[in-house]
Design a protein around this ligand. Structure first.
Ligand SMILES: *Cc1c(COP(=O)(O)O)cnc(C)c1O
Length: 353
């Protein structure tokens, strides 16, 4: 490897990407206006584009995925109502309890199955009867991909059907919806946009992050019915998420939806390549990745060396999160050379010949 091609290989998250030159050009040439007045043509175009793409009436551009989930939960649920959600789902565990803090909406968390799903029987059993003792169960919230796993499509259909048949609405935290869609499309020999729409249409609302694998600097979009998005608009305002000439960011989103969806397959291929490169390393257990995230567990005596291992990776300019369970995330700003750099460092540490 020449010195000039050497760089930091940053696997911490698919949020670390910087906009590509053509994305920057799209941003710089965006037509903008005051989006609080509804005047930003690029924001309006992004919202219309994603709503149409996923089969919804309307959409709302928000600063973060957290705010998008928050707006969705508070639009679906009133004070004293609850949402059924995975124990490790982002919109339960990773959002500061916002729905409870600001909305008086309580979560009803359930354990995940090994494939990331919530068991249908457990969802069914968690829906509370109409009784003054209980909060009113209003919403089922799923996440796809979850921990890099694609929820089986038949499961998505069954779970959302179950919710509907019991009078619940459903929300998808699709921060990485397009990773799920690309993987599903590869499996079915279909098109990623078609699969994204098939998944999304099972739900009453869907939140998509533009700032993860799609590679924009910021922004998420919540899709739903016109009535739901109108409620969400008010909640976004309350949360301080009404932005002004934000078409500059929306332009990055439009660019990403046109140019960065199908290329997610490259991230998935890199993830597989990386996992294969670790096969047989004594001290590591690696599950075959379904999308762009590879979990690497330190097992046996290797666990005692975890801090040393992390420091070693850092000394080789390989950045990753975790300690006993490391999470390597593939994205626009890592390539085959970065994967080689990580593999070489790991092999050196574990003295693989
Ligand atoms: C990243 C992420 C979010 C929201 O992220 P923000 O950092 O608030 O944009 C929501 N759900 C999932 C599953 C995520 O990975």
């Amino acid at each position: 490897m020449t010195l000039s091609s050497y760089k930091i290989a940053d696997f911490r998250s698919d949020t670390v990407t910087c906009p590509t030159p053509p994305m920057r050009e799209a941003m710089m040439s965006a037509a903008v206006g005051d989006d609080v007045f509804g005047d930003d043509p690029t924001v309006n175009a992004l919202q219309d584009k994603l709503a149409a793409m996923l089969g919804f009436e309307a959409a709302l551009f928000v600063p973060t995925g957290t705010m998008s989930n928050f707006c969705a939960i508070l639009s679906h649920c009133q004070r004293g109502e609850e949402y059924i959600v995975g124990q490790h789902a982002h919109c339960y565990r990773m959002e500061g309890g916002g729905a409870a803090v600001f909305g008086s909406v309580q979560p009803q968390p359930l354990e995940h199955q090994a494939d990331g799903t919530l068991a249908l029987a457990e969802i069914d059993a968690a829906i509370k009867p109409d009784d003054a003792h209980f909060a009113i169960t209003r919403l089922l919230a799923l996440e796809n991909t979850f921990g890099g796993k694609v929820l089986p499509f038949a499961y998505v259909q069954q779970a959302t059907q179950l919710a509907k048949s019991r009078g619940l609405v459903s929300h998808l935290d699709g921060a990485r919806l397009f990773n799920a869609a690309v993987a599903q499309a590869a499996g079915n020999g279909t098109d990623a946009y078609l699969e994204a729409r098939r998944i999304a249409r099972c739900f009453d609302s869907v939140s998509v992050c533009l700032s993860k694998g799609l590679g924009t600097p910021a922004g998420s979009v919540l899709c739903g019915s016109r009535a739901l998005i109108s409620k969400a608009h008010r909640i976004r305002k309350m949360a301080g998420g009404g932005m002004r000439q934000v078409g500059f960011l929306a332009a990055a989103g439009i660019y990403a939806l046109d140019h960065h969806v199908e290329r997610l397959a490259q991230d998935h291929a890199l993830a597989r390549q990386f996992a294969e490169g670790l096969a047989g390393v004594d001290g590591l257990a690696v599950a075959a990745p379904q999308t762009n995230i590879v979990f690497v567990d330190l097992i046996g005596p290797a666990r005692e060396k975890s801090a040393e291992f992390m420091a070693f990776l850092k000394s080789r300019d390989v950045l990753v999160l975790g300690l006993y369970r490391l999470r390597f995330v593939m994205h626009l700003d890592v390539d085959a050379a970065g994967v080689e750099q990580a593999l070489a460092a790991i092999h050196a540490f574990f003295k693989v010949a």
